[in-house]
Design a protein around this ligand. Structure first.
Ligand SMILES: Nc1nc2c(ncn2[C@@H]2O[C@H](COP(=O)(O)OP(=O)(O)OP(=O)(O)O)[C@@H](O)[C@H]2O)c(=O)[nH]1
Ligand SMILES: [Mg+2]
Length: 685
């Protein structure tokens, strides 16, 4: 009988006999009836245990729902803004935790700077290899003639070679010892380029696996000797191996490269608009390469680090008098290889969207809501993963596959039409939306019309493709955006930080002796500097006071901790703030009056008023009659200045020549053909 069984198995599949699993599972060849009974009983018991575990898991899942845990999944293509949205959640609901990670984000911002420079250096290299250069420049393009590089450009390129070392140092800091967790130490490919030649050379982007404890790894490496006064984050500014030292030493060369008109022209010819890339910080070089640089909240939102895998973040949200809710937000990697979805069933342009790892689908079960991010500014860009696919086209395909997925039929989906700021800027600079989205035709090339058009298209797809009817929720978003009031404050804080860096606040008569009269001078190079003796402080207190107060004002004002009351901001348009003339150094009058003017009239007490209070060194010399008189005189002068003031705070960076606008980012004909292939079911407007 046993032989018969064996024979039957052999007849089913000879190969199975070699399979070790089949061998292990097979009953012993000479099993008796009693043994067989015993084995079957054991198997039944094992099955029972397995069912009990399944039941328990199910119960936990139902309990999760009962305990009002809100589960939100962030979806969208790579660079759509998922992780940035998550950072916003963290910033607003666990700001303390968010800010304790500044030290780690400092390294990411520095890496982003290095990345931008490398992209420029690559562009120079490409220009140098003239034969390939002429092959990739579309001859029909009016701005295609490459500018001539001078020996100075090549010298700059050579002088910036130590940046390679900065990158290595930063990566070593961020990556746990011996691990190869970084997807690559190479930097991002130029994803807005039409040239297929680039795709072959495309290096992978800076990325960290969500399971990599990169922040912890970074923190461990930081010695605790020198600390800033900012919210317990640890940055060792005195570390001789701080990569920021090299970056700081290279800052003039970096600036020379970035502001060079020939280089700007070269970037334009090669259709590189660095400003549109995530992690762009070159317009703020002075600040981000300063030795004491600490990232602001906005910097963290702008810093680019590609997500690999899936990460889960938990918050407790309390809205008004409502019960608090536990939220779980899941952030996934949006690059094609991490989606695990296929769009092959779609009738639009067939994409090579095959899954290599089914990372998204397991998270579809049990979600309360999905936030889907579609970056609408990218209508003229191609995917990093596939330079033949238009990014907007990819977003539409992905949206269609998500809303039509049966597993998600009862899940609410909220659409964020994101990167509105970049879209506005692009349209304003003359890039034609209709050129790429052919069905848009000759409609106005403005934000209102294009965003309305796109929202209707996304709504149409939802309506046609959802298995069950659902409400269309959508928002036009800029997830990196600060409020305009914050922007004004940020401009001020930047100016103040710049002034500090330039030495426009000067600590004189320095002494560590007890009772020494240390003098604080605002705007020492202006006509009327303001001297404030710090007579009531000990020298140690004065030192700490001067450092803490001004670092706090400059750095914390840039964070969202300090807000202008909206009304206050509105009036500042009517009665503009004093002009800070960048042609001359910040004067005493602007410094001593701008800070209180911006933050003091807040109607309620908040962190901003705390900062303000700290900003006035009361009891530290302001009772000095001479100083008081000077302040009065300066205030009068300020009033006079206000009459002539212009309604904006001009910044030094505005003096830097901006790149010429109006250049399209990719080969228009190629993109237009690609995108034309998308069939919107109806084009009723
Ligand atoms: N200007 C602007 N930049 C944005 C906006 N949203 C996101 N970014 C930037 O775009 C870059 C990419 O954003 P991420 O949040 O990392 O994108 P992601 O969807 O998580 O990408 P993956 O992790 O690759 O899936 C970051 O540098 C962001 O700062 C926006 O609304 N405006
Ligand atoms: Mg991400």
């Amino acid at each position: 009988m046993v032989l018969q069984v064996k024979g039957r198995r052999q007849s089913i599949s000879r190969g199975q006999d070699d399979d070790p699993l089949t061998k292990a599972m097979a009953p012993p060849p000479n099993e008796t009836e009693a043994e067989r009974e015993e084995r079957l009983a054991a198997e039944r018991e094992a099955q029972k245990r397995s069912d009990a575990i399944d039941e328990e898991l199910n119960r936990q899942r139902i309990n999760d729902k009962k305990t009002k845990c809100v589960r939100v999944l962030l979806l969208g293509q790579s660079e759509s803004g998922k992780s940035t949205t998550l950072k916003n959640f963290q910033l607003f609901h666990s700001p303390k935790a968010f800010r304790t990670e500044r030290a780690s984000w400092r390294a990411i911002v520095q890496l982003n700077v290095v990345r931008s420079i490398k992209l420029i250096l690559d562009a120079i290299t490409e220009a140098q290899t003239s034969s390939s250069h002429s092959a990739i420049i579309p001859t029909s393009d009016s701005v295609s003639s490459p500018p001539s590089l001078t020996p100075e450009h090549l010298r700059l390129k050579m002088r910036l070679s130590p940046l390679q070392q900065v990158e290595e140092l930063l990566l070593r800091k961020l990556t746990p010892a011996g691990s190869a967790e970084f997807e690559a130490t190479q930097l991002s490919p130029l994803t807005n380029l039409p040239y297929s030649a680039r795709a072959g050379n495309a290096a992978t982007e800076l990325a960290l696996n969500s399971t990599t404890p990169w922040k912890a790894a970074f923190n461990k490496l930081i010695a605790s000797t020198t600390r800033t006064s900012l919210e317990s984050q640890d940055i060792d500014f005195d570390d001789p191996k701080d990569p920021g030292l090299i970056l700081n030493a290279c800052k003039d060369d970096i600036n020379a490269l970035w502001t060079d008109p020939t280089i700007r022209q070269l970037l334009e010819v090669q259709k590189i608009r660095l400003q549109d890339f995530g992690g762009f910080f070159l317009d703020q070089l002075e600040r981000v390469t300063s030795l004491k640089y600490v990232p602001t909240d906005d910097d963290i939102l702008r810093a680019r680090l590609k997500t690999i895998g899936v990460s889960e973040h938990r918050f407790t949200l309390k809205a008004g008098n409502m019960m608090s809710h536990d939220w779980r937000v899941f952030d996934v990697g949006g690059a094609r290889s991490f989606r695990g979805m296929t769009c092959s069933h779609l009738h639009v342009h067939q994409t090579n969207n095959n899954a290599t790892s089914a990372a998204w689908v397991p998270y579809f079960d049990n979600m309360d809501a999905i936030i889907f991010l579609a970056p609408i500014s990218c209508f003229d860009q191609v995917l990093a993963e596939d330079p033949n696919v238009n990014r907007l086209e990819d977003s539409i395909l992905l949206w269609k596959s998500v809303v039509s997925n049966p597993l998600l039929k009862s899940t609410d989906i909220v659409l964020f039409l994101n990167k509105v700021d970049i879209l506005k800027e692009k349209l304003k600079s003359g890039v034609s939306f209709g050129h790429y989205v052919v069905s848009y035709g000759n409609r106005p090339n403005d934000f209102e019309s294009t965003s309305k058009y796109l929202s209707k298209k996304f709504a149409g797809i939802l309506k046609q493709s959802s298995p069950l009817s659902r409400t269309f929720y959508y928002h036009l978003t800029t997830v990196t955006g600060s409020k305009s009031s914050d922007k004004l404050l940020e401009a001020f804080a930047e100016k103040l930080a710049e002034t500090l860096l330039q030495g426009e606040v000067h600590v004189g008569d320095w002494s560590t002796e007890e009772g020494a009269k240390i003098k604080l001078t605002f705007g020492p190079s202006s006509k009327k500097p303001l001297h404030v003796p710090l007579i009531e402080l000990t020298s140690a207190e004065a030192a700490s006071h001067a450092t803490d107060v001004f670092l706090d004002i400059a750095l914390q004002a840039q964070s969202r901790k300090c807000r202008l009351h909206p009304d206050q901001f509105a009036t500042s348009h009517v009665s503009p703030p004093p002009r800070i003339d960048t042609a001359r150094p910040l004067t005493t009058s602007t410094l001593s009056t701008t800070a209180p003017r911006l933050v003091a009239p807040l109607p309620h007490r908040d962190s901003a008023t705390d900062v303000d209070r700290k900003a006035e060194p009361s009891g530290s010399g302001f009772d000095d009659q001479k100083a008081q008189d000077e302040i009065k005189a300066l205030k009068a002068e300020l009033e006079k200045q206000k009459q002539q003031a212009i309604p904006s705070i001009s910044r030094k960076s505005t003096a830097v020549p901006k790149p010429p606008k109006g250049a399209s980012l990719a080969n228009p004909n190629k993109k237009a053909r690609k995108y034309q292939a998308i069939e919107f079911e109806s084009d009723d407007e």
